[in-house]
Write a protein that binds this ligand. Structure first.
Ligand SMILES: *[C@@H]1O[C@H](CO)[C@@H](O)[C@H](O)[C@H]1NC(C)=O
Ligand SMILES: *[C@@H]1O[C@H](CO)[C@@H](O)[C@H](O)[C@H]1NC(C)=O
Ligand SMILES: *[C@@H]1O[C@H](CO)[C@@H](O)[C@H](O)[C@H]1NC(C)=O
Ligand SMILES: *[C@@H]1O[C@H](CO)[C@@H](O)[C@H](O)[C@H]1NC(C)=O
Length: 280
């Protein structure tokens, strides 16, 4: 099993615009240039993870560009740990933030999975949770959600500097704006990859026991490190698109917040599935 997916996250304007231009790309040898590394314990979701600094991540080879030019973001699968230590992993967020109205495309060849593993591709505003958190994709343990992605459709890959959102097809989920003032709840977002272990979601008995056995921390995090051989992202690229001439990128350090167009879509695509979440 090698789940993979091309994911389109769209922060979609009300006046439907189909044609967007690329404003930012994270890919190849420079993939990791413009991210913040969390650099401390998982104090947000209480997982058994140390999220490394950029320096340690590079030194320990948990965040690197592989020989194929793809970004690898992974859990330590070589150290045998003793109680009460936690396992090294990665959480990174884009230094830039992207406004409501932008389109995000991430092309992944591999998603992390396995007992105790909790990967997420998501985003957050600077002010959390008030400024909004968008969980584009997450899964825990042997969650069947990981099957949503499989291999991407080569026709939805490519190198386009523009994207035509009207060509993305029919949504499988659509969260309507009826009754929800989206602009009051979502601010510009920083995009995040992370892999937590156990914690509030993967470690809760209702998520853990349907597919896994034992005790999340003692038997898995402290157990044989090879169980984490599959706990990695392999990312071909992450691209952000915006309306031509529009205001999409807020560079790191900028404090300006923009409350803009009120709707949100996420597409998941693969050879087997075409999935879409929509906040409109
Ligand atoms: C987590 O720890 C960091 C570093 O000590 C701190 O800046 C941050 O506010 C903490 N976050 C939470 C949610 O406790
Ligand atoms: C594809 O994108 C890469 C950068 O990601 C660039 O170097 C290359 O020239 C592009 N190829 C085409 C055909 O546009
Ligand atoms: C989502 O639902 C709303 C309200 O039901 C509808 O107006 C809109 O067209 C839907 N969006 C898509 C992309 O299907
Ligand atoms: C860690 O996992 C990777 C695959 O993700 C594998 O290539 C490597 O051999 C593993 N390392 C160890 C020490 O088992």
């Amino acid at each position: 099993m090698r789940p993979s997916a091309t994911i389109f996250a769209l922060l979609f304007p009300l006046a439907a615009v189909a044609q967007y231009s690329m404003v930012k790309e994270y890919a190849g040898s420079t993939f990791f240039d413009d991210w913040n590394f969390y650099g401390h314990a998982d104090n947000l979701t209480h997982g058994n993870t140390n999220f490394l600094s950029a320096k340690d991540a590079s030194k320990k080879q948990l965040a690197f560009v592989n020989a194929n030019g793809n970004a690898i973001i992974k859990v330590d699968n070589s150290s045998t740990l003793k109680f009460p230590n936690n396992r090294d992993s990665i959480r990174i967020n884009t230094k830039d933030r992207f406004t409501i109205g932008s389109v995000w495309v991430v092309d992944m060849l591999h998603m992390p999975y396995g007992c105790s593993v909790w990967p997420a591709f998501w985003s957050s505003a600077l002010s959390w949770p008030e400024g909004g958190e968008i969980d584009t994709m997450e899964a825990v343990n042997k969650d069947t959600m990981a099957h949503m992605g499989l291999h991407s459709d080569p026709a939805l890959q490519g190198n386009a500097s523009t994207i035509d959102t009207s060509a993305l097809g029919r949504p499988t989920a659509n969260y309507s704006s009826d009754g929800c003032a989206i602009t009051s709840f979502f601010e510009p977002q920083t995009i995040i990859f992370n892999i937590a272990l156990c914690g509030d979601y993967a470690g809760s008995s209702s998520s853990f026991y349907p597919s896994c056995t034992g005790v999340c921390y003692q038997d898995w995090v402290l157990g044989n490190p090879s169980v984490y051989d599959t706990a990695y992202f392999e990312v071909q690229h992450l691209r952000v698109y915006g309306i031509p001439g529009g205001f999409t990128v807020i560079s790191s350090g900028a404090s300006r917040l923009l409350r803009a167009s009120p709707s949100f879509l996420v597409f998941f695509t693969s050879a087997l599935a075409f999935l879409l979440s929509v906040w409109v």
